[in-house]
Design a protein around this ligand. Structure first.
Ligand code: HEC
Ligand code: HEC
Length: 207
């Protein structure tokens, strides 16, 4: 009987870990408690740059360019909607990843729940409520789109796509990357460091 106990316990632990890691990815609904948690983390971690009043004017802001975001004006950059408002997931991703090239760090080390708390707290500060509208595709000239931007599915890499790619490559890339993609194109400035990458699938060590 005892022999069966260990696999059973291990099986249960694996199941538990799977369940826990799955729930960690799920977006919790906004509750007053979660917003309060976000507010508390904001006061500890974000105020120095984004400011007590969240106007992007924290103590460190005068040293920074680009300036920290003003969460009251709420004009966001990393958005996936036509009307340029961030989805909850956009905010969560930005908070998790940071914004390379600016002082905005990644907060991936904060618990998932804390990051969702920050999303909901920051959203609650916007002077004009952040709303995601129903999806409307833009006109041919690109105007009038609303809601979430749908990214087209990648096309299959079939023979026709390959032929198109080769033609484009010859036209636009070969002058630097070389006819066969070895990074030995004819343009002078291509041979200065950083060298054009070979696209032959071989590493520098092979060349
Ligand atoms: C060291 C300074 C600093 C700290 C601390 C900081 N930020 Fe930022 N944050 C910035 C800067 C600078 C930007 C603007 C970057 C840009 O425009 O490229 C920014 C931008 C943002 C944005 C805007 C994203 C967009 O799409 O425009 C969000 C959301 C954000 N920060 C959330 C947070 C949260 C939440 C915290 C605390 C957990 C935090 N930041 C802490 C400097 C900081
Ligand atoms: C004017 C010269 C030039 C042209 C034209 C050019 N490239 Fe490049 N490319 C470079 C150089 C130089 C690098 C290396 C940059 C570096 O190491 O920072 C590079 C790097 C790359 C990389 C590697 C990026 C990475 O993460 O290492 C890819 C992929 C690439 N080019 C694709 C293309 C494609 C596709 C085209 C044609 C549509 C193209 N390039 C046209 C000069 C060029």
């Amino acid at each position: 009987m005892k022999r069966f106990l260990l696999p059973a316990v291990l099986g249960f632990v694996v199941l538990l870990i799977t369940v826990v890691s799955k729930t960690a990815e799920v977006k919790p609904p906004s509750t007053p408690k979660l917003v309060a948690l976000g507010k508390q983390i904001y006061a500890q971690q974000c105020v120095a740059c984004h400011g007590i009043g969240a106007r992007g004017d924290g103590e460190a802001a005068y040293l920074l360019y680009p300036k920290p975001r003003d969460f009251v004006a709420a004009r966001y950059r990393l958005v996936s909607t036509w009307d340029r408002v961030p989805t909850d997931q956009d905010l969560f991703d930005t908070i998790s990843r940071g914004m390379p090239g600016s002082a905005m760090p990644s907060w991936e080390h904060l618990a998932t729940e804390q990051r969702w708390g920050l999303v909901y707290y920051i959203k609650s500060l916007a002077e004009k409520p952040i709303k995601i509208r129903a999806q409307k595709m833009p006109a041919a000239d690109g105007s009038g789109g609303e809601g979430i931007i749908e990214v087209p599915k990648p096309v299959p890499f079939d023979a026709a796509a390959r032929a198109r790619a080769l033609e484009l490559y010859k036209d636009a890339c070969a002058s630097c990357h070389g006819d066969t993609g070895r990074g030995d194109g004819a343009q002078d400035h291509c041979s200065l460091p950083p060298y054009s990458r070979g696209h032959s699938g071989k590493s520098d060590a092979d060349e």
